[in-house]
Design a protein around this ligand. Structure first.
Ligand code: NAD
Length: 247
């Protein structure tokens, strides 16, 4: 269902984006990874394009170049994001803006550029990365939670705006996924001890394990594929049941 589809993955050099790139490549898709910088162990077969999603000029150029090289654009996974932590009362304007610039402005710029390209060719599909934290959260992440709730709002709105152009728009809401971002949290909160960090998360996860990037990738590949032809505006948790549990 992904055969020869051309898909852009932002933040695809690491973590969830990278896992999704592997899954889509294995399903026969062609993948452009758009990220700040390449890593040494990029999956074989991806095209790397340097892109900063906080700059609409950078995003527009990356999407234009993708269309030029491949002749079309079928899918976008707007996934690049940052996760940081700060007491709300200590939060200054720049700190708030930095997160909104990547996590929400970046998704807006990517959706707009991709949709303009997809419209020319009769349609496409977009998936954006939100988070379980858009719906239920903890202290010290007001900026992050707001950005991810904004992504859900944008996806809901764009399902309406873009349906007439044959473009479907959905969101995935990852729970705790083992990526460099989770390692950053381990450095901050559990003295770099991932096992200890996991034990703080596991009571919140009915399936009693942390997720892997490829498990998000499988959900994204489905939503981008023709198998999801009647699905738009969906907010899909991929979280081992985290959002189902009161604790
Ligand atoms: P990660 O830090 O492992 O990878 C993020 C990638 O985004 C990196 O390659 C980074 O270079 C890239 N990136 C950051 N800023 C960018 C910018 N301005 N322009 C282009 N690329 C940029 O993070 P991850 O855990 O893989 O997270 C991916 C997405 O999933 C993020 O939106 C994150 O908020 C979300 N998420 C992650 C988790 C989790 O537990 N890991 C949970 C819920 C949601």
């Amino acid at each position: 269902m992904m055969k020869d589809k051309v898909v852009i993955i932002t933040g695809g050099a690491k973590g969830i984006g990278r896992g999704t790139a592997e899954v889509i490549l294995e399903k026969g898709g062609r993948v452009v990874v758009a990220d700040l910088e390449r890593t040494d162990d990029m999956p074989k077969g991806v095209e790397f394009m340097e892109c900063d999603v906080t700059s609409s000029a950078s995003v527009d150029a990356m999407v234009r170049e993708t269309a030029r090289r491949f002749g079309r654009l079928d899918g976008l996974f707007a996934n690049a994001g940052i996760g940081t932590y700060k007491d709300f009362l200590e939060m200054d304007d720049a700190f708030w803006r930095e997160t909104l610039a990547v996590n929400l402005d970046g998704v807006f710029y990517c959706c707009r550029a991709a949709a303009r390209e997809m419209k020319k060719r009769g349609g496409g599909a977009i998936v954006a990365t939100s988070s379980v934290r858009a719906l239920a959260t903890t202290a010290v992440v007001a900026h992050y939670t707001s950005s991810k709730a904004g992504v859900l709002g944008l996806v809901t709105a764009l399902a309406n705006d873009l349906a007439p152009h044959g473009i479907r728009v959905n969101a995935v809401l990852p729970g705790a996924i083992e990526t460099p971002m989770l390692w950053d949290a381990a450095r901050l909160f559990t003295d770099n001890d991932m096992e200890k960090l996991k034990t703080t998360f596991l009571p919140m996860v009915p399936m009693k394990r942390i997720g892997q990037p490829r498990e998000i990738g499988e959900a994204v590949a489905f939503l981008l594929s023709d198998a999801a032809s009647y699905i738009t505006g969906a907010h899909l948790p991929v979280d081992g049941g985290m959002l189902c549990q009161l604790c």
